[in-house]
Design a protein around this ligand. Structure first.
Ligand code: NI
Length: 169
């Protein structure tokens, strides 16, 4: 596995619409493993392929599904060609950062829960129901596949003080 360099704004690849992934062979498997390793090393809770300069509809997320349970183990999601098929009417504000936009965070309004249709790393259809932070992470990452950054949606963006800590996606 290889830790890949993270593309930073204003790299054009971050603004491109990623193409669908159709090949699930060894090269794709290696790319997915590299993304997982790069996300963990960063560290981040999510990474989209355009963030390592691969314009493909591929996202990795590692986060505990049940955030209310402190002992919940983070779960790894590998999501290919994702589509948000359902969104809650309820929205929530939260503070987001992004590995591709170092040194900034912003207030972003997101749907509280989403349902996602996608393929897994072997090309099999999957459905994910996510709420809370997990739903936020998926919305942030799926935006990356459309060339959208959280700063496009943020109502306020600022430089956090050093003692403040945020999880980057
Ligand atoms: Ni991001």
């Amino acid at each position: 596995m290889t830790i890949r360099e993270i593309a930073l704004v204003p790299e054009p690849v971050l603004r491109r619409k990623a193409r669908k992934l159709t090949d699930f062979g060894p090269e794709t498997q290696k790319l997915i493993d590299d993304m997982v390793e790069t996300m963990r090393e960063a560290p981040g809770v999510g990474l989209a392929a355009p963030q390592i300069a691969e314009s493909l509809q591929l996202v990795v997320v590692e986060f505990a599904e049940d955030e209310e349970n402190e002992d919940a183990k983070p779960k790894l999601f590998v999501v290919v060609n994702p589509e948000i098929v359902k969104r809650s009417e309820e929205t929530v504000m939260g503070i987001e950062g992004c590995l591709s936009i170092p040194g900034l965070v912003g207030d972003v309004e997101r749907n509280e829960s989403v349902e996602i249709k996608a393929l897994n790393r072997h090309g099999k259809p999957i459905k994910i129901k996510a709420r809370g932070w997990l739903a936020r992470i998926f919305q942030h990452e799926i935006d990356h596949l459309d060339g959208v950054l959280y700063t496009d949606r943020a109502t306020r963006v600022w430089q956090p003080k050093e003692e403040e800590e945020f999880e980057d996606v």
